[in-house]
Every structure is written in C-alpha cells, then in structure tokens.
Design a protein around this ligand. Structure first.
Ligand code: NAP
Length: 504
C-alpha cells in the first residue's frame, strides 16, 4: 500500500492542556475524515495535533457498523484514499472488516498512533475570543486548547430510532443496525426488521437463513440495481502492487465512470428514467410473482432516494420464512409489533428480536458535542433552521472551525472519500494561512451567497422529487447533498478563497 511515511514521534500526553502551548489542531473523530486529516497533517510536517475518538479504536462508521452483511456499495478502488491506495482488496466492493483494517493499518503506518486519544469523547468546544483558541472539554476530564478545531465526527453517525409508540416496551432485544448486539443469537428466533434502506438490504439477506421467521416492515420500497461484485484475482492484485500505475489508472476509470452519473442526478433528471429501466428489469427478472413485484416497486423516481445495489435482496424476500409487511406499523407491544391489517383490522406479530434498520439523523444533525462560537452562540442555535456552511467546511461565527463531511457534501453518485480529500485540502490551505493569522472566519455574505446558489441548483435535481428522503431538512431544504461533480467540488476547495473570509 502506498502510505505516507512518518516517524512515530512521541507526543506529550498532556499536549494542549496549557493554553500557552496550544495544539496546532485538535481533530474530533478517527474515521475516514479525521484519520485522513491527521495523515495529511503529518505529510505537511505538522506534528502538534491530536485526534480524539469516542470509540476504543479507529475506523469511524467502518468500526461501528458491524451488522451482518455490512459492506461498501462503492468500489474499494475508489472508496480509499488517493494517497494510500491498496492493491489487494479482496473484492470489488470491500466488506466492513476489510475497510476497518485498511484504516487501522493506515493509522499505524502513517505514524498517527501517537496522536490518537481513543475512548475519549468530546463534550464541549468553545471559542476563546481573547486567546483566539478553541477550548475542548473531553470526558477524560481534561480541557485541551487548539488553534484549529477539525470536527470529523461523521455525517451518518447518529442512529435514528423510529418514532413508534411502545418501542421501549418491547422487552426483548431491540437494537439499531449501527449498534448491532452480537450477544444476541438470532438462530431459530422470530426476528422483525424495520426499514428497507441501504443497511436493511445488506442485513436481511445475511440473516434470513438463520432465523426461524423474518418479519420485514417496509414503508417505502427502494430502487435496486445489480451489484457487479466478486473476488478480485490474486494475480491481478499482485500486478497492481507491482505496477502502481495500473492501480491508479483503474481508479481513474472508476472515478470517470461514476462522475458521468452526476448528469442524471443533477443536470438532466429525465435521464434517470433510462437507469430506472435497469432497476425495473432487475425487479422483473428477480421476482416472478406480479403481486409481490407490485409491492416492491418504488413509488418515486429512480435516484430521488439513494440507489441501492444488491443481488440477494429480492431472493431473500422470496424465502418461505420471510413475511413482507408493507402496512403501517401502529405500535410496539411487549414481544410483538402491531401493524395495520386488511379491512381496518390490526395485525399483531409476536417477535423475539426487533432490529431497527431505520437510518441516521442527517439533514438536521448538529454535532453531539456542544460547539460555542463567537459571542457564545452555539452551532445548534446557528443551525436552528438546518445546517449550513461554506464549502461544507467553514461556518460564519465559528472562526478556525473546520467541518469534515459538513452540510451539502454528500453524494448520490460517487465516493465520499473524494469529497473528504477535497475538504482536507481546503483545511490544509487554511492552516497555512493560520501561520500568519490568528483566526479565519468565512464572511456571512459568502456563506449566504453560496447556499442560495446551492439551493437553486438543488431545486432542479432528482432529489427535489418530494420522495421524503433523509436528505431533506425540516424546512424543506436539502442540507446534505452536493449538487455537482466531485471534480467541481475539489476545484472549489483547492485553495482558500481569501475574498470569502475575514482573517484577524
Ligand atoms: P435509510 O436509507 O435512511 O433507511 C431507513 C429505512 O427505515 C427506510 O426504509 C425508511 O423508510 C425506514 N423507516 C424509518 N423510520 C421508519 C418507521 N418509523 N417505520 C417504518 N419504516 C421506517 O438508512 P440506512 O439503510 O441505514 O442507510 C442510511 C445511509 O447510510 C445510506 O443512504 C448510505 O448513505 C449509508 N449506508 C451506506 C452503506 C454502504 O454500503 N456504503 C450501507 C449502509 C448505509 P422510508 O424510506 O419510508 O423513510
């Protein structure tokens, strides 16, 4: 693997605790975003930073989401850092554990370990106007000071439990896919799964043959394309390692192919009808029963919600022990889920285990730690109408705060790692400016102009189709997705536009 190299310099365990000797940067989160930031800092010769991470290890979402069947739906050659490509992915689409190991390995080989403060949760961050420093309080009882705060705690890290009456009263094991309880043996059990999104379509095929009965509660069926996956040949992997140019060319080809899809999502949503035909053919070929097929046909335009990839979802749905329930869930009772039945009746299904594959808080999400900017204003207050940033990274009123995977940085067509890398580049450039300035803050008018433009562009995309996707905030704005190519995003973030910021 091509990795950044750095000596593992010992770092003072009390680094940053003295406000007279602050850290250059404090990074929150050790997933792709936070690790990537740390690696880029080391490459740039910055040593004076730490990464705090609430979990006991690195990996972020790829450490936490351990549900059966968890894998990435973006090819690994593209879902990895451009500066740390891996020739020997075992499959075209890597499984969760392999991605976690990739990140663990990167942390070690990239010299990041001395900078990590694991099992350390950020509780509150406050901007100290006079010192021009961030004070960050963590659950180890320490306060650390840093010139720059990089919040890389994940765009999809807050599980959303469904708002269903009686959920707390279920009595038996009941957990979210992102908090999988491995102590629970599903073999021979009556299991309920709520949700049919990206997590559910991986979980259900992985467990359906173990359980006695699987009751699948579907509110909205998703569009699903075939997944062109398979083991990668060991011989080709050796060739990729021997000739890295080959690996880089393969990544470029994947990137270009993915990039083209933005035309349908963003510029010409009518083109999505063509892609929809592939998904319709997949459904038709996989589900012979027309009545079941009708229940599995999504009621919205292809692409409005995330397009899913699976070869085993439709076969799983036709297993004799799986029952698809597509009427409204009314309530949860002790050991059962009650849904609307035929002719106004209710249907009560006794269950031993209830799994919520119900997604994450995203469009209205604020960091779980308190962030207090200029004049004591919190990020939660600034984002009361919904999250908003400039380049998804800087927020007016919050000097020297940099978000990774901030508002409007999500994608429907390509790899989030590309967006993260673009943000890291912008942050590095901002940190270079901070060598000569105490603080950098985006101007209110620059942030507003960019967001007006973003919302204007988003209004004609496929996501504006009113399908109720999690991309949309309470006030109707799409606060999660980037309406453009990854190339355009990277171009805009290559260097800090000093006309858009104030520096002091
Ligand atoms: P999701 O796509 O938001 O799906 C949640 C599912 O739960 C939906 O089917 C939703 O129905 C249903 N639901 C929510 N509340 C419900 C309720 N009260 N009653 C009945 N059904 C309810 O969540 P996810 O599957 O965890 O995926 C979220 C995102 O994580 C993905 O879009 C993707 O970005 C990421 N992810 C990626 C991968 C990967 O392979 N890279 C894998 C998993 C997740 P409605 O559609 O009707 O709202």
């Amino acid at each position: 693997m091509t990795t950044p190299s750095a000596p593992a310099a010992p770092l003072d365990p009390h680094a940053g605790e003295d406000p007279l000797r602050p850290l250059e940067a404090l990074i929150i989160g050790a997933g792709f975003g936070g690790l990537g930031m740390g690696l880029r800092l080391i490459q740039a010769g910055v040593r004076d930073f730490i990464v705090v991470e609430a979990e006991a290890g690195v990996g972020g979402t790829w450490r936490v989401n351990t549900y059966p069947g968890a894998a990435c739906d973006v090819p690994s050659s593209l879902y990895s850092f451009s500066f740390a490509q891996k020739p020997d992915w075992t499959h075209t689409y890597a499984r969760q554990d392999e991605i976690r190991l990739y990140l663990e390995d990167l942390a070690t080989r990239g010299g990041l370990r001395p900078h990590l403060r694991l099992s350390t949760r950020a509780l509150a961050c406050a901007w100290d106007e006079q010192r021009a420093l961030w004070a960050v309080d963590t659950d180890d009882g320490r306060r650390r000071w840093a010139r720059a705060l990089v919040a890389a705690a994940g765009g999809l890290s807050q599980p959303a439990m469904p708002q269903i009456d009686g959920l707390d009263a279920f009595g038996g094991p009941c957990f979210h896919t992102a908090r999988w309880d491995h102590e629970v043996d599903l073999r021979g059990k009556r299991v309920g799964v709520i949700g049919t999104g990206a997590s559910a379509i991986q979980v259900v095929p992985a467990i359906v043959d173990q359980v006695a009965e699987l009751s699948l509660y579907q509110r909205t069926p998703p569009w699903i394309l075939r997944r062109r996956d398979g083991p990668r040949s060991a011989l080709l992997n050796r060739l990729r390692a021997a000739v890295p140019a080959l690996m880089h060319a393969e990544r470029q080809a994947r990137w270009a192919a993915a990039e083209l899809r933005v035309i349908g999502f963003v510029h010409e949503p009518r083109l999505m009808r063509v892609a929809q035909r592939f998904a319709e053919a997949h459904l038709r070929d996989s589900v012979p029963d027309p009545a079941l097929r009708a229940r599995l046909r999504p009621p919205f335009t292809f692409g409005c919600k995330r397009v899913l990839l699976s070869n085993d979802w439709y076969p799983a749905l036709q297993r004799p022990n799986l029952r698809l329930i597509d009427r409204k869930v009314l309530r949860v009772e002790r050991g059962a889920v009650v849904s609307a039945g035929a002719d106004g009746a209710e249907e009560r299904r006794p269950l031993d285990v209830l799994i919520c594959a119900t997604g994450f808080v995203a469009a209205n999400a604020v960091p779980r730690f308190r962030v207090e900017g200029r004049g004591g204003q919190t990020l939660a207050a600034a984002w009361a109408r919904g999250p908003e940033a400039w380049h998804g990274t800087l927020v007016h009123g919050f000097p020297n705060l940099f978000l990774v995977v901030g508002p409007n940085t999500g994608l429907g067509h390509s790899s989030m790692v590309l967006m993260i890398e673009a943000q890291l580049q912008l942050i590095l450039d901002a940190l270079r400016h901070l060598q000569r300035h105490r603080w950098i803050e985006v101007k209110a008018e620059a942030q507003k102009a960019e967001n007006d433009e973003l919302q204007r562009r988003l209004s004609t995309t496929v996501w504006a189709g009113g399908c109720g996707a999690w991309y949309i905030a309470a006030d109707g704005r799409n606060t999660t997705l980037w309406p453009g190519s990854t190339a355009r995003f990277a171009r805009q973030l290559r260097a800090l536009d000093t006309a858009a910021v104030t520096m002091g």
